[in-house]
Ligand binder design. Structure first.
Ligand code: 13P
Ligand code: SF4
Length: 310
């Protein structure tokens, strides 16, 4: 397709024409972050999606995020620039296997991390994100057994923080399990002044070295408020665009991956490009759709999350 010379300008024009809002996650390409109306972590983006007056939601993130926006807004057009922008963590929890796991533990409450498909949400009692998981689990009576899925690393972190025993689904994120503890330790030796910031989707050996653990928004906030001037960042490096933009005088070093690939960018998040975002708005496709019975069942645990995490 022939693309306009100034994509930024063309996207703004389409935004007004469609009465659209562009929501972007911190792991998106910097150009997409710069064109977005709101950038946030999963919880903030779900809140924005729940409260928007726009007719069209352009979701620059991955499929489960756009799906959450659609679950909250059945009558709005929700666009995802590339429908193949999935998630290895969501893929690590197939609905039929999770249904059997749940059936084997009928007395358990099911708390699912938002990084899962609508089918898994529909089987859950409460949805959580990395920024409210501890807070939500702490609100459940101590004698209530809990299944927590699909991320085993966030699950273990929540267990540590709450002192609760959770029955964990053994899923994981390929990006956050790819950070090298050894290389982080080496970086700490060459940069003794740097603080390590880590996302709870990282494995325990990496989290052990962290000065601060939190969701993408929490890591950003910490980096801005800290008196420290340099940081080793153990999450997808898209977040560094905002960190650097807000505090250009500070130094942000991406935590190195185990293998020798160029970086720890999420291959799914990065499928979205500014060009695809423009084309999605121009052509009103690809659009997120889902069966109404799944949508209705998945809405309940999302609403519970929004109520419980005010
Ligand atoms: P948060 O932005 O909620 O911390 O989520 C991180 C993530 O992996 C999203 O895919
Ligand atoms: Fe999924 Fe991991 Fe990518 Fe987040 S970073 S979208 S959890 S694969």
């Amino acid at each position: 397709p022939v693309l306009p010379h100034d994509l930024f300008e063309a996207i703004q024009v389409l935004k007004h024409k469609l009465n659209a809002v562009i929501l972007a996650h911190y792991y998106q390409d910097p150009d997409i972050q710069d064109v977005a109306d709101y950038i946030g972590d999963s919880l903030e983006l779900a809140r924005k999606a729940a409260n928007t007056n726009a007719d069209v939601i352009v979701f620059a993130g991955v499929h489960f995020m756009a799906e959450t926006a659609k679950i909250l807004n059945p009558n709005k057009l929700v666009l995802l620039p590339d429908l193949n922008a999935g998630c290895s963590l969501a893929d690590s929890c197939p609905p039929d296997q999770f249904a059997a796991f749940k059936a084997a533990h009928p007395d358990h409450l099911v708390i699912s991390y938002i990084n899962c498909t609508a089918e898994i949400k529909a089987m859950s009692d409460i949805i959580c994100t990395s920024s409210n998981a501890v807070k939500l689990v702490n609100q459940i009576p101590k004698d209530q057994p809990i299944i927590f899925g699909p991320d085993r690393n966030l699950g273990r972190y929540v267990m540590e923080q709450t002192g609760r025993d959770l029955l964990l689904w053994q899923g994981a994120c390929m990006v956050h399990e790819n950070f090298s503890e050894k290389k982080i330790v080496q970086l700490k030796i060459t940069h003794p002044e740097a603080e390590v910031l880590a996302h709870p989707e990282c494995e325990p050996p990496v989290l052990r070295h962290a000065n601060y653990i939190g969701s993408t928004s929490a890591l950003l906030k910490y980096s801005q408020q800290s008196y420290n001037k340099s940081f080793i960042v153990a999450t997808e490096p898209g977040i560094i665009h905002q960190m650097q933009k807000q505090t250009p005088d500070k130094r942000y070093i991406p935590a190195p991956p185990i293998n020798n690939c160029a970086c720890n960018e999420c291959p799914y998040m990065r499928l979205n490009t500014l060009e695809k975002l423009f084309l999605a708005m121009k052509n009103s496709t690809p659009e997120i759709t889902l069966p109404e019975h799944i949508r209705v069942a998945a809405l309940r645990p999302i609403q519970r999350m929004l109520e419980m995490s005010v």
